[in-house]
Each structure stands twice: as structure tokens, then as C-alpha cells.
Design a protein around this ligand. Structure first.
Ligand code: 5GP
Length: 119
């Protein structure tokens, strides 16, 4: 399925607090919350408040918000106490990447030693 017109996903409702989520950080550009089906001891999603469906839809206008995703990942890793041991950041795109929610999200995975990247 192509996403020429950006359609809202469940993540927009989470940002607006219209449906419940374990939000651990929110500011003017990004929101972070715990993944509902964690794939590691720590599994947090960091998303732009603005709807950008996939990495393919990123433009130069999005520089600030994309930078904020990384800054927030680092902040949360420290808050969660996993920064020094380390963690993994993943952004899936479209079918081959396994993207299921078409609102860009950075997965922050950690709290334990992770397996091979493509397992
Ligand atoms: P993707 O496969 O698109 O990269 O990842 C989507 C992620 O969103 C999955 O890890 C999935 O568990 C998570 N997810 C999907 N729906 C919800 C939801 O309603 N609430 C939360 N907290 N996570 C969700």
C-alpha cells in the first residue's frame, strides 16, 4: 500500500492522549512511550508529533524534529539507566523493513544484551 496522502494512525491518538499509552516523555516536537508488545526488557518508541508516514517522506523541513528523535533517545537511555551498557535504535521502512505503523517511529531497545540485528 502506498501512502501518498498522510493518513493518521493510532500514534496520532496517543500523542493527543485520546487513547492510553505509557508516555514517558513529550515536548513540542516528539513523544516517547513504551511499546505495547516489548521485544526487549526496555522497548520504547520515539515519534515525531507531526505525522511523517515513512522515512521516504522525510524532507529538509524535518531536520529539527529528526534531530530531536536522537536527542530524546539519548535522554531516555540515561533516564532508564541503560546508556552505559548500551542499546539499539531502529527505524523500519515499508514492507521489507517490516513497518506496520505508518507514522515514523524510532525503536529504542535495550536493558539486556540484544541478538543479531537481522535475526
Ligand atoms: P513497526 O513494525 O511499524 O516498526 O513497529 C510498530 C510498533 O508499534 C510495534 O513494535 C508495536 O508493538 C507497536 N504498537 C502498535 N500499536 C501500538 C499501540 O497502540 N500502543 C503502543 N504502545 N505500541 C503499539
Amino acid at each position: 500500500r502506498k501512502h501518498k496522502m498522510a493518513e493518521e494512525t493510532i500514534f496520532s491518538k496517543i500523542i493527543r492522549k485520546e487513547i492510553p499509552a505509557d508516555i514517558i516523555y513529550q515536548d513540542d516536537l516528539v513523544t516517547a512511550f513504551r511499546d505495547i508488545a516489548p521485544q526487549a526488557k526496555t522497548h520504547i518508541l520515539i515519534i515525531p508529533n507531526k505525522l511523517i508516514p515513512t522515512v521516504n517522506d522525510v524532507t529538509a523541513e524535518d531536520e529539527a524534529v529528526l534531530g530531536r528523535l536522537f536527542i530524546t533517545a539519548a535522554k531516555i537511555a540515561k533516564l532508564e539507566g541503560i546508556a552505559e551498557d548500551g542499546y539499539r535504535l531502529i527505524v523500519n521502512c515499508n514492507k521489507h523493513g517490516g513497518q506496520e505503523v505508518f507514522h515514523i517511529h524510532m525503536h529504542l531497545l535495550g536493558g539486556e544484551k540484544l541478538g543479531p540485528l537481522n535475526a
